[in-house]
Write a protein that binds this ligand. Structure first.
Ligand code: BDP
Length: 707
């Protein structure tokens, strides 16, 4: 088949025709390694035609030869004198080259052209694996393969995925089918997909995975389930990936037969210690535990009048002898607390700074509410210098159109990482807090809530693969630009031809902002459908708790809209450094993108943009929709350049996105008008349906809802 493909490609090339477009189903992600042709092929033949390695059976060499075999369209031999030399620092051939391999740590590597050979060298096998994938990326991009001089060391040590996957394979906030982890059949049946998952993650530098939901079931900590987890750990290990588990805080009661789960009760302490010992006896390189405690109904130390630190430290002591870590989430808010939900994590955690054990990280969402299309950076990042804080991003698009809306999330994540906490002075970016460099922390970590499921294309849509990819690349190096990451991904996923890369890039880069504009412009937030979070529902009111309603967040009245978080309102502005607090406290100095996050503004108030608030809202809704229409047109123009299956699905999804963008605008406009009755700005079309029509729509089976 491969030979045939190459022959066909050669023939087409000889006839001056464009390369043929093969049908693809997306399973191969960015690891397609389709046969090269022309100059790219001859260059790769010359530079990468064979491999030499002392450890020919290593994962790095296996992956390298597998990728090169695809690119060259022929088996690539591993033999002495091979063109690509792969080896660790203690390999005599590598030693003889005298390369500087200092400071590479566990994961770093160098790639160097040395005369006519290409050398991949690292301190460890994992470093070599990352180097192998880097070289394959360069070959797939068809850039120059001579004079290579690459040195890479990740900025963050633990680059982790969080699967919100239940033990029955239901994925909370999952839009790509059921969980890839087929627990019932594990450990006996090991789906080949597990290895492909590990390969994909390793290729972008992800080195850890939490395989169960933060809303956890304690069963996973029982012996038979730990045997299942071990089977996964054994498959992931050669790819440098550690397994972590969510520990349900009440497990000592639920599976241990204890009367309580009080972290200061010696019986509870002993139970967790024994449980940790058991876990490590089964999985010696187990990473540690992630905990969601006293949040949205989950059990936690506060059930016993203890603090988050009491809970975290008790678990930290249990895993410390084995080198484990605790990732303790700061996503807490209580409906018994009348305070602004956005303020609660800060109020709860800042007083605990300095009281956590050395092997505890506090895991903080990028914003203070909940993965909204746009949020200002979480104020905790500027307020806990004595504690390593890890970033939690959401890759799955719970609030950004599920799998059908195209939204490339790197720009959103970069916005948070680049934000300056001003603690204690300018230049203290969130990225520097998270990578540990600002406060000299040894532990550093980032988590991404996975968008992976058992759909053939893994993520429910081709373009959502880009978000998995971008997350891994940014966790490795947060200095990479959204543009550079997208280019890499497009070249690997569709091909390096500029006629593909440029237009697809032009779709991806503005796509996140477009979603913000048509859903929640100007700092609006949490206006999605109740429970499942699908579609517009700014009218959501009532129910079990106020902070699960839309009206809590937008606070629209006849006169204005927005959540007053100024010093006259909830005072949330003062959780930021003074420079920001002063700025956010005034309408004039608040960036328009965050206006209604911090202020309640009159509908007819003139903004810095020259428009009234009402006109500005309409303008932004319209602009977001136009961007999506533009994306559709661009994609239509690529019909001959992209394979049929991926083109067709994406075209259908863009049509859904355009329709739903319009729905967001129309439903929102109808609802806002019901408060103030103002006419629409000139040129704006009235919503085609009545407000009650939009309110009557219901989606009882929308995917991914919490159970
Ligand atoms: C919210 C999700 C919910 C999660 C929660 C969390 O709607 O399903 O359990 O975050 O992060 O955004 O714990």
């Amino acid at each position: 088949m491969r030979m045939l493909g190459r022959l066909l490609a050669g023939l087409m090339l000889a006839l001056g025709l464009a390369a043929p477009v093969f049908a693809e189903d997306g399973y191969d992600l960015w690891l397609r390694f389709r046969p090269l042709a022309g100059n790219a092929l001859s260059q790769a033949e010359t530079r990468l035609g064979s491999v030499a390695a002392a450890d020919a059976g290593s994962t790095a060499v296996t992956e390298l030869t597998r990728g090169l075999t695809g690119l060259l369209g022929r088996p690539v031999p591993v033999a002495a004198g091979g063109k690509v030399l792969v080896g660790t620092a203690d390999d005599p051939t590598i030693k003889s080259l005298g390369l500087d391999l200092s400071g590479l740590g566990n994961d770093g590597y160098v790639i160097r052209s040395v005369q006519d050979r290409t050398v991949i060298a690292a301190g460890t096998k994992t470093g070599l694996l990352y180097g192998a994938f880097h070289l394959l990326r360069l070959a797939q991009e068809q850039g120059p393969l001579t004079a290579l001089s690459v040195r890479e060391v990740p900025r963050i040590d633990r680059r982790v995925l969080n699967h919100w996957d239940n033990l029955d394979r239901y994925v909370e906030r999952g839009y790509a089918g059921e969980s890839i982890f087929d627990w019932h059949k594990l450990p006996d049946w090991q789906d080949p997909r597990y290895k492909d998952y590990a390969r994909a993650n390793a290729s972008i530098g992800i080195n850890g995975t939490v395989v169960n939901n933060v809303n956890a079931n304690a069963t996973i900590l029982t012996r038979p389930w730990l045997e299942k987890v071990k089977a996964l750990a054994d498959i992931f290990r050669p790819y440098g990936i550690k397994i972590y588990l969510v520990a349900r805080f009440s497990a000592p009661k639920e599976i241990g037969g204890l009367a309580n789960a009080d972290p200061l009760d010696p019986a509870v302490v002993a139970w967790w210690k024994a449980k940790a010992d058991e876990v490590y006896s089964i999985i010696p390189d187990f990473g540690g535990f992630l905990i969601k405690a006293n949040s949205e109904g989950q059990p936690g130390p506060q059930d016993y009048g203890r603090t988050h630190a009491d809970g975290a430290n008790m678990l930290a002591d249990a895993v410390a002898p084995h080198g484990g870590i605790i990732m303790w989430r700061a996503f807490v808010y209580s409906h018994e607390t009348p305070d602004d939900r956005a303020k609660q994590a800060y109020s709860e955690f800042v007083p605990l700074d300095g009281t956590f054990r050395d092997n505890v990280l506090v895991q903080v969402k990028n914003g203070a509410v909940d993965f909204q299309p746009r949020e200002p950076f979480h104020p905790l990042f500027g307020a806990m210098p004595k504690t390593p804080l890890m970033m939690e991003f959401q890759i799955t698009k719970e609030y950004l159109g599920f799998a059908t809306h195209l939204a490339y999330l790197a720009p959103m994540w970069k916005e948070t990482l680049a934000a300056d906490t001003f603690r204690p002075k300018q230049g203290a970016t969130v990225a520097k807090v998270v990578d540990g460099s600002l406060d000299g922390h040894k532990l550093s970590a980032m988590a991404g809530v996975a968008n992976i499921g058992s759909d053939r294309n893994w993520t429910g849509s081709v373009f959502d693969q880009a978000n998995w990819y971008a997350y891994g690349r940014l966790a490795w190096n947060h200095d990479l630009t959204s543009d550079a990451i997208a280019r890499e991904w497009i070249a690997a996923t569709f091909g390096p031809d500029r006629a593909l890369v440029d237009p697809i890039l032009s779709m991806m880069l503005p796509s996140h902002e477009a979603v913000v504009e048509y859903m929640t412009p100007l700092g609006l937030h949490h206006l999605m459908g109740r429970g499942h979070h699908y579609g517009p529902a700014p009218w959501v009111d009532g129910g079990p708790r106020a902070d699960w309603t839309s009206v809590y967040y937008h606070r629209a009245t006849k006169d204005g809209i927005g959540f007053d978080r100024t010093r006259k309102g909830s005072g949330a502005v003062d959780q930021y450094a003074k420079v920001w607090a002063d700025r956010f406290d005034k309408v004039k100095t608040t960036p328009p993108e965050l206006l209604l996050w911090f202020h309640h503004v009159g509908w007819q108030e003139k903004l810095s943009t020259g428009r009234t608030l009402w006109a500005e809202l309409l303008y932004r809704y319209g602009h977001g929709i136009q961007t999506v229409s533009g994306m559709r047109r661009t994609w239509d123009g690529l019909k001959d350049k992209v394979d049929g299956p991926r083109w067709t699905q994406t075209a259908a999804f863009l049509a859904i996105q355009e329709r739903e963008a319009q729905w967001w605008r129309d439903a929102s406009v109808a609802y806002w008008q019901s408060f103030h009755g103002l006419p629409l700005p000139p040129g704006e079309k009235p919503p085609p349906q009545s407000l009650s029509y939009y309110q009557s729509l219901s989606f009882p089976f929308a995917p991914g809802d919490g159970k």
